[in-house]
Design a protein around this ligand. Structure first.
Ligand SMILES: Nc1ncnc2c1ncn2[C@@H]1O[C@H](COP(=O)(O)OP(=O)(O)OP(=O)(O)O)[C@@H](O)[C@H]1O
Length: 685
């Protein structure tokens, strides 16, 4: 078997199970080995049935008195037995497992593992896992992996598949040079993968994770540095006229540009008028006004008869940009074709859009990543603006090159990160920083409160709505969940409707809705037909409704600081005073320390540097969500030290052997070659 072999080659995976695995993005053995657990559970110490409580996941020691009974109903066979101790009775029930009857021998002692529930005055367990005392000895205190799953796929099935894949030892060849492993005390690759799935104990898990985080950062940076060497020498194929077109547009704006906007625009313009193709990152704080900078850069292309495209991370944002760009063109009196391309267009609308793209060599094109996926034929595509999540790798550039395009690339990021980290992570790009918000704006007023504050908050919301403003209310979950007591948008919307004045329109928005429905709700919110929007974090990035003045975040403790800062950035975008109410549902001191950082400051760059100080390698299961680049395991804040080490080593290796031709780098060369294939698969590009 090879890493690229389909998982169907594993025992027990037929066509149906294979489809379920595909739903979680697992097609090959490599995929299953890299499908890391999202959590680990520890098997509890054994207890007697008189010691457990309803709701607890327990391992109870039970002596079986009688042979279990099997009862047939119309739909299934049900096997039951029970045990008693100290006056407490517990029922054990298994559905569709009649063979259990012969497994359990009266008089023997077993350990049953499962969730304790209440049933007809007794305690009960449904479908408990059965262990003999010796079997439980071997798992007690073990860390059992919990995997991300799809409906119909069990954790057990994933574990079984991973175990089989791990058995083929030759699959996981070491590729880091021996010297490096020794220098940083990194364990071998195969061992790290084994331990991340089935750790012997916490100590093993920690070293396995460290090795794999190092790999993630190292491969990412190495690839980026190599890419930089190739792209930075690309000559600029576009010639632009040197006139005052952009200055004239700036003169017509209803507001003066901030210093940071002017500065960034100058840097962009110097690039596109220069000798080489632009590769630039704009790091802009929330609300710093990146959209107008993007628009002006694209307008200059159109003015020169060239096409430009902006790729937004979500459909909602693409539409918002589209509306803004149409409006801008109208206000400036510009006759530029503005074309929208997203996944939810009807086939006819898509065909029309493609036709117009072919027809107008000076079009401004706006879309989601459908822009490079679909069969779009560009004319003179000279500038592509994208967000950091869709940051272009070799594959995406190749794809555009195949369409005959070698555009300037501008990456826009709304997640401020400390400069030390930005230089490492965006080493292939020149960086412009927009750390200024328009001067006229009033700073947002913040408060961190507990749940007892809610009635006051609802009163305040009513007052703001009465004054003509709008409100966002954020909950972490879409609907109620057994595994979490966090607030959910579905129930919260109902609750708010019953608590607020009935004239206030409350609506709900979340990522599981269809694109059409999301668009409709956002449009209604924009027109103030909805006053209170109860939403998950789908509205986090980029949504611009300047009339919204209150952001209330439930379970604020569940979000990373960068994410909270982004959410808060949805208000304070207009002239009115805005407010952010963070409801802390936890009583941990550490959480409240983190939230105080936000309470104190509205400056994203300051928050990011404080976040870096506050976090360290100790927060193993802490909140990741730094908001920047989704590494599978690595977190740029928590693992900042490893990130720096990986960066230094990449520099050293490339300096000594840029083409990775020496014997000791041979494994690395092979690994890097397959790297982007995996990455573009992950990004679904
Ligand atoms: N210099 C300025 N003065 C006043 N208002 C401005 C200025 N620049 C932009 N704006 C307005 O500020 C609002 C926010 O701008 P924009 O949507 O571009 O923010 P952004 O940088 O994309 O922020 P985010 O990343 O939070 O979405 C818009 O309504 C825009 O018209």
């Amino acid at each position: 078997m090879e890493l690229n072999s389909p998982i169907r080659e594993l025992k027990g995976i037929g066509e149906k199970t294979e489809k379920l695995f595909q739903k979680i993005g697992v097609y090959t053995l490599r995929d299953i080995l890299l499908h890391y657990p999202r959590d680990y559970v520890k098997f509890p110490e054994r207890k007697y049935i008189s010691e457990v409580a309803v709701g607890e996941t327990a391992a109870v020691v039970v002596r079986i008195q009688n042979t279990p009974l099997v009862r047939k109903t119309r739909r299934m066979q049900i096997t039951t037995t029970h045990a008693e101790a100290d006056g407490v009775t517990m029922q054990f029930i298994w559905f569709r497992m009649p063979y259990i009857k012969n497994m359990l021998k009266p008089g023997n002692v077993y350990v049953f593992y499962g969730k304790v529930i209440a049933k007809n005055k007794d305690l009960a367990m449904e479908q408990p896992t059965i262990y003999t005392a010796e079997q439980y000895d071997s798992v007690e205190n073990n860390l059992t992996p919990v995997y991300p799953l799809a409906f119909g796929l069990t954790n057990h099935a994933v574990q079984k598949a991973v175990r089989q894949a791990l058995a083929s030892d030759e699959l996981l060849k070491e590729y880091l040079p021996e010297e490096l492993l020794q220098k940083y005390d990194l364990i071998p690759y195969a061992e790290a993968i084994r331990q991340i799935h089935f750790p012997d104990d916490m100590a093993h898990l920690i070293v396995a994770r460290r090795r794999l985080v190092f790999d993630e950062f190292f491969l990412f940076i190495l690839n980026m540095r190599k890419q930089k060497e190739i792209t930075q020498k690309e000559e600029n194929p576009f010639t632009l006229v040197d006139d005052d077109f952009v200055e004239q547009l700036i003169g017509q704006l209803p507001y003066p540009l901030t210093g940071a906007q002017k500065h960034t625009l100058e840097e962009i313009r110097a690039d596109v008028h220069g000798n080489y193709v632009m590769q630039r990152l704009v790091q802009g704080d929330v609300g710093s006004g990146k959209t107008i900078v993007a628009f002006l850069a694209m307008a200059e292309m159109a003015h020169n008869g060239l096409q430009s495209a902006i790729m937004a991370p979500t459909e909602v944002l693409a539409r918002q940009h589209y509306e803004t760009f149409l409006e801008n063109c109208r206000q400036f009196g510009l006759d530029i074709p503005v074309i929208l391309v997203t996944g939810s267009l009807t086939p006819k609308q898509k065909r029309d859009a493609y036709e117009r793209i072919q027809l107008f060599p000076n079009a401004m094109i706006i879309g989601t990543n459908a822009l490079i996926q679909e069969k779009v034929i560009y004319q003179n595509l000279a500038l592509v603006i994208t967000d950091e999540q869709h940051r272009f790798g070799v594959k995406q550039r190749e794809r555009l090159a195949l369409k005959g395009c070698h555009p300037h690339i501008l990456v826009m990021s709304a997640t401020p990160i400390p400069r030390t980290l930005a230089i490492i992570l965006y080493g292939d790009l020149d960086i412009s920083v927009m750390n200024e918000v328009p001067a006229k704006r009033l700073p947002i007023k913040n408060c961190v409160v507990n749940t007892a504050y809610r009635p006051k908050a609802y009163n305040f919301i009513q007052k703001e709505v009465a004054a003509g403003h709008q409100v966002y209310l954020i909950c972490p979950l879409v609907e109620a969940s057994e595994n979490s007591d966090c607030e959910n948008v579905t129930d919260y919307t109902e609750k708010l409707r019953s608590q607020l004045d009935e004239r206030i329109v409350v609506a709900c928005l979340h990522g599981k809705m269809k694109a059409d429905e999301k668009n409709r709700i956002m449009e209604q919110f924009l027109k103030n037909e909805i006053q209170v929007l109860v939403s998950t974090t789908v509205i986090e990035v980029g949504v611009n409704v300047p009339n919204a003045t209150v952001m209330m975040i439930e379970n604020a403790e569940r979000f990373g600081l960068a994410q909270l800062h982004q959410l808060r950035g949805r208000v304070g975008r207009g002239d009115a005073q805005s407010y952010c109410i963070m409801v802390n549902g936890s009583d941990s001191g550490q959480v409240s320390k983190r939230l105080q950082i936000l309470n104190k400051s509205n400056d994203g760059f300051y928050i990011a540097s404080e976040d870096l100080k506050l976090r360290g390698p100790g927060d193993f299961f802490g909140i990741r969500q730094s908001g920047v680049m989704d590494f599978k395991l690595g977190d740029i804040y928590q693992d900042a030290e490893v990130l720096k080490q990986a960066s230094e080593e990449c520099d050293a290796i490339l300096k000594a052997d840029f083409l990775l031709e020496t014997e000791q780098n041979r494994g690395l060369k092979e690994r890097i070659d397959s790297y982007w294939q995996e990455q573009s698969g992950m990004l679904n590009l």
